[in-house]
Design a protein. Structure first.
Length: 245
């Protein structure tokens, strides 16, 4: 059984997975194959990219970061989520997928947009607005069903990628808080930051030497230079309702 199953491999789902995986939770992202962000011609309002960035390249790097953190990915669609049978020894959920084997997870994060039909059996509190159904959540992304969360647009957050990333991270932290992991706040600090004050390094934090800092910086710069060395040969996708013939 997985600790966390995240339905949706877009910005919010990826952000949540980075946090949960780094906290040591066994995290699976079920990805339908395309984030709505892939329709964006150029991502212009994400901090850290002064002249914008190709949205598809950003998604590739975010997925790579999630994998580096320890998250696993499975391509497919979730068609239904139900609680585990009462005879099971553990609490959790069964996720039915299209054509695949059922999956079990202790916690589920809905980060898909705009489909939430698979959550109907759980009565999480769907809110209809026009043709869309949002999920009612508290300030941390928890739904009315314990162990089920919603992140990003499906939780009625704005479309902007930076908002989706922030909300996904917030929901990921809520999952960590609700789990049995001893985790602090995911902070890498210079050697001596804690121990130099006679304190133990808190869970989820790490002290590194200046040499280690330089090695990590070199690795990060090398990877980013590789990622942006050539133009990305991948076109934006169009809204399904647009006739391209």
């Amino acid at each position: 059984m997985r600790d966390v199953c995240i339905v949706g491999g877009g910005v919010s789902g990826l952000a949540a997975s980075i946090f949960t995986a780094r906290a040591g939770l066994d995290t699976l992202v079920i990805d339908g194959g395309e984030s709505i962000l892939a329709r964006n011609a150029s991502l212009e309002n994400y901090p850290g990219f002064p002249d914008g960035v190709d949205a598809r390249r950003y998604l590739q790097l975010a997925r790579e970061q999630a994998r580096n953190a320890g998250a696993a990915f499975e391509l497919g669609y979730v068609t239904g989520v139900e609680p585990l049978d009462e005879t099971e020894l553990e609490e959790g959920f069964v996720l039915e997928t299209d054509g695949g084997e059922p999956l079990e997870a202790r916690r589920v994060i809905a980060a898909s947009w705009s489909d939430s039909e698979y959550l109907v059996p759980l009565d999480v509190g769907r809110i209809q607005r026009g043709s869309k159904h949002y999920i009612a959540v508290d300030e941390a992304g928890r739904t009315a069903v314990e162990g089920v969360y919603a992140a990003g647009r499906i939780a009625n957050e704005p479309h902007q990628s930076i908002v989706a990333a922030g909300h996904g991270a917030k929901v990921g932290l809520a999952v960590i808080h609700d789990s049995d992991v001893n985790f602090y706040h995911d902070w890498v600090v210079p050697e001596g930051y804690f121990t130099g004050r006679g304190r133990e390094v808190p869970p989820g934090c790490e002290e590194i030497s200046d040499g280690e800092r330089r090695e990590r910086d070199e690795q990060a710069r090398t990877r980013m230079l590789e990622a942006f060395d050539e133009p990305l040969d991948e076109m934006p996708t169009m809204h399904p309702s647009v006739d391209r013939d």
